[in-house]
Write a protein that binds this ligand. Sequence first.
Ligand SMILES: Cc1cc2nc3c(=O)[nH]c(=O)nc-3n(C[C@H](O)[C@H](O)[C@H](O)COP(=O)(O)O)c2cc1C
Ligand code: SF4
Length: 438
Amino acid sequence: MALSVKEIAAKLTPVLTRRWTTSDAWRLEVYERLDGYRALRKALAAHPDDLIQVIKDSGLRGRGGAGFPAGMKWGFIPQNDGKPHYLVINADEGEPGTCKDLPLMTHDPHALIEGAIIAAYAIRAHRAFIYVRGEAVHAARRLRYAAAEAHAAGYFGRDILGTGFDLELVIHSGAGAYICGEETALLDSLEGFRGQPRLRPPFPATHGLYSCPTVVNNVGTIASVPPIVLAGADWWKSMGTEKSSGPMIYSLSGRINNPGQYECSMGITLRELIELAGGMQDGHQLKFWTPGGSSTPLLTAEHQDVPLDFESVAAAGSVLGTTATQIFSNKDCPVYATYRWLEFYQHESCGKCTPCREGNYWMVQVYRRILAGEGTHADLDTLLDTCDNILGRSFCGLGDGATSPVISSLKFFKEDYLDYIEGRVAPKLNNRQLVGAH
Ligand SMILES: Cc1cc2nc3c(=O)[nH]c(=O)nc-3n(C[C@H](O)[C@H](O)[C@H](O)COP(=O)(O)O)c2cc1C
Ligand code: SF4
C-alpha cells in the first residue's frame, strides 16, 4: 500500500533540501528569513581552526563520490606558508544518474555561497571558485544572481561584515566534459588548459590551483557546512550511521512511480527508498540498480536491504558514490544498459592514457557485436580481460569506473549476455549500427 504524505515526511530528513519547496528561496531576502547567513556570522566570530575542528567532529564526508572526510581535507592545507590558498567547488555533476547538485544550486544557491564563504574563511582562502558544468546554464545564472545579491549585502568582498576578512567568489562555467569533474582535470580546466587529470602526488592540498594549496569539495559537501556550524557536530552525527554521518540526498530515477530527490538519514535501504518513491511502476519488478551512479558496480534485488551508507555498500561489493540510485526492472536489459553507459565513457574518455582510451573503444565494439546477435562466447572473456587491463591501470577514476557496470553485469546477469549470443532473444542493434560503429 502506498505511504501517506505524513509517513513519507516522517522518513525524510530535509536539511539541504529544506528550502527547496519554499518559493523564491533563491532570493536573498527569503533565504535570510529562513536562517540564511546566520551561520556565516557565527563562523566569522570563531577561530578558523575551530571551524575545521567542528567539521572534523561532525564526520562530514565528501558528497562528490569518494566520501573523503571534509574536515581532514581542510586540515591538510598548510598554514603560514606565505602562498595564496584556494577553495574550489566542484559543480560539474556529470556522473550518469546524478542530479542532486543542480536542484540545490537552482533552488537554494545562497546555501552554497554561504558554505563557500565559511569554508574559505576556515582554510584562509581569499579566492573561491564554483566550477559549474557547461550545460547547466540555468544553475550558473541563478548562482550569479545570488552572488551579486550576497556581494551587495556585504557577505563577501572586502571586509566581510566588518571582520576584516576579504573574499572574492568566481562562478566559472566549464565547457561540458565529464572528465572536468575529476578534481585535477577541473583545476587544469580552471587554469585555462585542456581538462585532463594531473599526476598525483602532489595533491591539491599542497599543489592545487596555480600550484597553491587548494581544497576541492563537492556542492553538497559545502552546502552542508552552514547547518553544521549553526546546529553543531553532535546534531549532524545524530543522523546516519557511526561512520557515515548526516543526511544524504538520494537521487532516484528509473522504474519507480515518483522519481526525484529524497533526503534521508544515511543508512536507509533501497527497499525503503522505493516505498518513499511510490513503489515500482505497474508491471515492473526490480532487477538491477546502481547505488551511486553508473561508475558503481550494479546491485540486484537481493541487495535492496543493504543500508545505503559508505561502509555497508562497500561490504556488499559496490560503492555509495553520488547516491544516484538508478532503478531498472525485469523489462530492462542489463547488457543494453551497460552498452549505453560504455558509449558514454568512450565518448568522455579524455584520451590521456591507453587503457581507458583504447579499452573503452574496443569494449563498445564488442557490445555492439553482442547486441547485434553476432557475439561469441569468447567475447565475454574479451570483455573481462579488457576490464582487467583498465581497472587499476588507468590514470584516473574514469577508466576504473567504466569497468564497474561491465564486471558486475557479467557477474550477475551472464545469462542475459548468453541470450544474445545463443540467439534466444532478438538482437537490439541491427547490422547497420554495427557497421556504422566507430
Ligand atoms: C571521472 C570523474 C568525474 C568526477 N566528477 C565529479 C563531479 O562532477 N562532481 C564532484 O563533486 N566530484 C566529481 N568527482 C570526484 C572529484 O574528483 C573529487 O573527489 C570531489 O570533487 C571531491 O569533493 P568531496 O570531497 O566534497 O566529495 C569525479 C571523479 C572522477 C574520477
Ligand atoms: S582514465 Fe580515461 S579519462 Fe582518465 S586520464 Fe585516462 S584516458 Fe583520461
